[in-house]
Design a protein around this ligand. Structure first.
Ligand SMILES: Nc1ncnc2c1ncn2[C@@H]1O[C@H](COP(=O)(O)OP(=O)(O)O)[C@@H](O)[C@H]1O
Ligand SMILES: N[C@@H](CCC(=O)OP(=O)(O)O)C(=O)O
Length: 367
């Protein structure tokens, strides 16, 4: 499999401060993406800019703040954005495909599995997948809030070599460099600690959304899935290729973790737990340290409404999150047998397929 590089380009790099789509920027990035192909790399693009590209065409004097106005602008702007990319890439002999996603797509293992199949087919045929959030249907509490998060989820899904997040600043500084000229730039970061988070503010441009904080969120998601991240600016020819190889002028977020299966990613970071199981110290140790499954005998309490096959959260005696897993019992049955030894569970619940409340293979530790 060729090296895959996910490139995220923010609104601040694609539009002027008055909001129109910067066609020169699109042409530049199309050339940089073509260079990645020439170097034998398979790029995937997550692009912002739909809202920024569309709001003037729809008649708003400045970037709207109301959700439905942003969504209307994106509905117009997305078409402008894709047309601009397709025309620019055609000049380099490449074809682009549009993939619009919302967070709820990632909650469904079936839907995201289908998206992965489509992405793999596009990559197989040398097509450039261009992702954006499906702004028209994503409502406030469901929005990624920014494409930084979306780019990290995509990078993990396709097991990218690296995630390159391009913005209008050359990396993470000790404070927003627009506000603090004495801010110091960080070249490389291992652990994204609370201290690091405290340095990151919101968007600095009139068209951006996520700011640096969302880029740290994205870096945390991607590195946790085994994908290193580069955050910086690309303005000169070759900048993107350098960034893709981890040499760019920006901040490099490193990771020692290996890539995670789509199933584990979904289980750990994309699913929505419908309930919680509180376990005793022995069961916590079995799950967190001994690589074993969770048996009803170790469960002290059951919360929420769920059915066999749903995802539940597991918490220790002190309320600490131990992990998540697919539960094999309906809530009512588990509430009835929690704390019971295996033989008593088996003789009480007829036709039980498996004794484990959560099997090891359907578990991810998060503690
Ligand atoms: N600690 C920081 N280091 C660097 N930039 C920061 C920091 N805190 C806030 N920012 C701001 O984040 C902006 C980049 O985020 P954003 O405006 O959302 O751009 P984009 O549209 O590329 O996502 C920078 O221009 C800067 O003003
Ligand atoms: N879907 C939105 C994404 C907004 C967004 O994340 O913007 P940014 O913080 O500039 O990457 C758009 O295309 O405008």
């Amino acid at each position: 499999m060729q090296k895959r590089i996910v490139v995220k380009i923010g609104s601040s790099s694609l539009t002027g401060s008055r909001g129109g789509l910067n066609r020169e920027a699109i042409a530049y990035f199309a050339g940089e993406l073509a260079e990645l192909y020439r170097r034998g790399v398979q790029p995937l693009l997550v692009t912002s800019g739909a809202v920024a590209a569309g709001f003037r065409a729809i008649g708003y004097p400045e970037r709207p703040r109301k959700l439905h106005e942003k969504q209307a602008s994106a509905a117009v702007g997305q078409a402008l954005l894709m047309r601009a990319y397709q025309e620019a890439l055609a000049g380099h002999g490449h074809v682009a495909a549009q993939i619009l996603l919302t967070r709820t797509d990632f909650h469904s293992r079936k839907r995201i599995g289908s998206a992965v199949m489509t992405i793999e087919e596009l990559l197989e045929r040398g097509i450039l997948p261009i992702f954006n959030e499906n702004d028209t249907v994503s409502v406030d509490e469901l929005k990624f809030g920014d494409n930084d998060t979306l780019s990290a989820l995509v990078a993990n899904l396709v097991k990218a070599e690296r995630l390159v997040i391009l913005t209008d600043t050359d990396g993470l500084y000790s404070a927003d460099p627009r506000q603090d000229p004495n801010a110091i730039k960080y070249e490389a970061i291992g652990e994204i600690s609370d201290d690091i988070y405290r340095m990151a503010g919101g968007s600095g441009s009139s068209v951006g959304t996520g700011g640096m904080r969302s880029k740290l969120d994205a870096a945390r998601i991607a590195t946790r899935g085994g994908v290193p991240v580069f955050v910086g600016r690309a303005t000169e020819t070759g900048d993107l290729a350098d960034a893709a190889e981890g040499r760019g002028r920006g901040t490099h977020f490193t990771t020692t973790l290996s890539s995670m299966s789509v199933k584990k990613q979904w289980l750990g970071y994309l699913s929505r737990p419908l309930g919680a199981l509180i376990v005793d110290a022995g069961a916590k140790r079995a799950l967190a340290e001994e690589g074993r499954s969770l048996l009803p005998v170790g469960i002290t309490a059951v919360e929420g409404q769920f059915h066999a096959g749903d995802v539940v959260e597991v918490r220790g005696p002190g309320g600490d999150v131990v992990g998540r897993g697919v539960v094999n019992y309906d809530m009512e049955d588990l509430q009835r047998v929690c704390g019971w030894p295996g033989p008593r569970v088996l003789e009480t619940l007829n036709g039980l397929h498996r004794l484990e409340a959560i099997h090891r293979d359907e578990w991810i530790s998060l503690g």
